[in-house]
Every structure is written in structure tokens, then in C-alpha cells.
Design a protein around this ligand. Structure first.
Ligand SMILES: [Zn+2]
Length: 336
């Protein structure tokens, strides 16, 4: 049993409380390689933002969970080296699908886990989430549950259609499971193709696809039922069109990729939404930078010469999210 507190990590309880009261959201960035982690930590340390490092099931398979855990431990020390003396970094399991997966992460030093029983019948979701909470809380590990189904593809998580969270279920779910935060479905979705062109309208000036708005009425109804309870949004990449353009310009093929407009996320961040998950945007930033180097310097074969620019581009993206979208800049409890 590894105690995450000894690794310098924190759970999400205090950061969420402050985020709700302060009208901002904590960034939850997925990582599965060194350059991504460096970019996340550089951005969070420079901007003095709390941050949640997310590891998905796919990332654990790709990079090895032991290695990822040590990388997160190293991230705390790296943040300090960058001049951030009191970093607030949570290590979080994204989309845990079984009690065993969650337990193994908790035992390995994760400070927070998600148990995603959203595809199960309601009573089974309650039972599974409660089982994880009962185990996690013994070690002061926080737990995120989910109600409602998001559309899209993320690692093994894949659903063709979304089902909005039913506000009438949230009090019962939160009370009976004891979960610390709740992921809800209000129209966000996983991946870089969040909406089909048929679901969107087109901006007559730019010709860009404009996605349908999020269901803020569902969010409002959830907040009315559970005042002050931490709400999480998954699938909240904005799919920056300049990155998509760069990818397509240099040989990529991402037609009609579309995400959640940033002004909608800004609005959500001011509410009880206190954790916003962003994964696809960093994949796009990395891919765009790598493609550009390959196209412009075909003789280049030193990985540092293309992964370096990719890292810089991801850092720029993370800083933009922290400062301009989520509002978590300078929100560490101790800014010294
Ligand atoms: Zn997700």
C-alpha cells in the first residue's frame, strides 16, 4: 500500500471546494508519455494552477501503470524545481471500469479515482460506486462517479448516443454512494469528432461547423438538486481549428473535426463544474507540431527535434486553458 500523501500528491477535495466557491475549474489533463507530462507540469507550475493528472485504462496499458505512478511522483518534484514550492497535483484514474482496477490504483498511490458505472443499470452503478467509495475513503482517496452517458470514443469507452443525466437521480446517487464528485452528461462527448456535420450549423463567414450548445438547463437542474456539489465535465476539448488546419495542411486527414466552443466551457467553469477533462486537444497540438517538422525538415530524425516542438505546443495549449478558459491561474492555496 503506497500512501499518495507521502508522494506529495493531494486528493481533489480541497481544490474542488475552492474552485466552486471561486467560480473556476481545475484542469484534468490526460497523460501517457514524458513530453505530455513535462508540458502539463510546466504549464501548471508557471501559472500556479492546481492540476489533475489523469491516467486512463488505455494509458496504463500503453505506458505501464508502475512507470506512470513514478512519473507522477517525479512530477511533484519537477514542479518544485520549476519554482512552484507548493504544487497541488492529483493523480487520478480516468474511467475506472471495475472495483479491482480502482483498488489497484489506490493501492499504488493514486489520490483520486473515477468509477464509471454509467453504462450499467442504475442500481448496479450505485452498488459499484459505493463499493469503490467505501474502499477509497479508508485511505482518503476521492472518488468520481458518473450518471448519464456521453457519446464518442475514448480508449475503450465508446457510445454511439448520449443520454443526458437525469437530475431527479442525482441526490439519491450522491447520498447512497458517498461519491465526492459527479461526472454528468450535458452534451459534451469524447474524441475529436464530437458532433456530426448534421448536428451542427455552419458559420456563413468562415464555413466552420458550429456545434449545438450544451444543455445548461440540465446542469442548472443538477445544481439545484445538489447545491455546492462538485460536478465534472468529460469530453471537453475544443478541438482548436488552427491545430486541425496545421494537421490537414501537412498531410493529415481530419475533416470536420469539431469540439466544445471555449465560451461554453468558460460559462461552465463559473458554475459548480469544478473539473474539466481535456485530452484530445493535447493530442492535436502534439500531432500538429510533429507533422509540421516532418513536412518542413524531412531530413530530421532526432526525436528531440520533433517531440521538443510538440512539447512546447502542448504547453502553450495547457497554459491557454488554465488562463483563458478554466480560470485556475494563481489558484494554489499557497502561492509562495
Ligand atoms: Zn471521459
Amino acid at each position: 500500500m503506497i500512501d499518495y500523501k507521502k508522494l506529495g500528491l493531494v486528493n481533489t477535495r480541497e481544490m474542488f471546494k475552492r474552485a466552486i466557491n471561486g467560480g473556476y475549474a481545475i484542469p484534468a489533463f490526460n497523460f501517457n508519455n514524458m513530453e505530455q507530462l513535462q508540458a502539463i507540469i510546466k504549464a501548471a507550475a508557471t501559472k500556479k494552477s492546481p492540476v489533475i493528472l489523469q491516467v486512463s485504462k488505455g494509458a496504463r496499458q500503453y505506458a505501464n501503470q508502475t512507470l506512470l505512478r513514478y512519473m507522477a511522483e517525479g512530477a511533484v518534484e519537477y514542479a518544485k524545481e520549476l519554482g512552484c514550492n507548493h504544487p497541488e497535483i492529483a493523480l487520478h484514474l480516468d474511467h475506472g471500469d471495475t472495483f479491482e482496477t480502482c483498488k489497484s490504483c489506490i493501492d499504488m498511490g493514486f489520490s483520486s479515482v473515477m468509477i464509471d458505472g454509467s453504462a450499467l443499470p442504475y442500481e448496479e452503478n450505485v452498488a459499484l460506486t459505493k463499493k469503490v467509495v467505501d474502499y477509497a475513503h479508508q485511505f482518503d482517496v476521492t472518488v468520481e462517479g458518473e450518471l448519464g452517458v456521453l457519446a464518442g470514443v475514448e480508449d475503450e469507452v465508446s457510445h454511439a448516443e448520449s443520454h443526458y443525466t437525469k437530475p431527479e437521480e442525482v441526490i439519491d446517487f450522491a447520498t447512497r454512494t458517498g461519491c465526492d464528485s459527479l461526472a454528468i452528461s450535458i452534451g459534451t462527448s469524447h474524441g475529436a469528432y464530437k458532433f456530426t456535420p448534421e448536428q451542427c450549423t455552419r458559420d456563413p463567414k468562415t464555413g466552420r461547423l458550429v456545434p449545438p450548445p450544451l444543455a445548461f438547463d440540465v446542469l442548472d437542474a443538477v445544481m439545484e438538486k445538489l447545491p455546492g456539489f462538485p460536478i465534472v465535465l468529460h469530453g471537453s476539448s475544443s478541438v482548436p481549428q488552427e491545430e486541425v488546419d496545421t494537421i490537414n495542411k501537412y498531410g493529415g486527414k481530419l475533416p470536420n473535426a469539431v469540439g466544445i466552443p471555449e465560451e461554453q466551457l468558460r460559462k461552465a467553469a463559473k458554475s459548480a463544474v469544478c473539473k474539466i477533462n481535456i485530452d484530445s486537444d493535447s493530442r492535436l497540438a502534439m500531432t500538429a507540431a510533429v507533422r509540421k517538422v516532418f513536412a518542413e525538415k524531412p531530413g530530421e530524425f532526432d526525436p528531440r527535434k520533433y517531440l521538443g516542438p510538440a512539447r512546447d505546443n502542448m504547453q502553450k495549449l495547457y497554459e491557454h486553458k488554465i488562463v483563458d478558459v478554466l480560470g485556475s491561474e494563481n489558484k494554489l492555496a499557497n502561492l509562495d
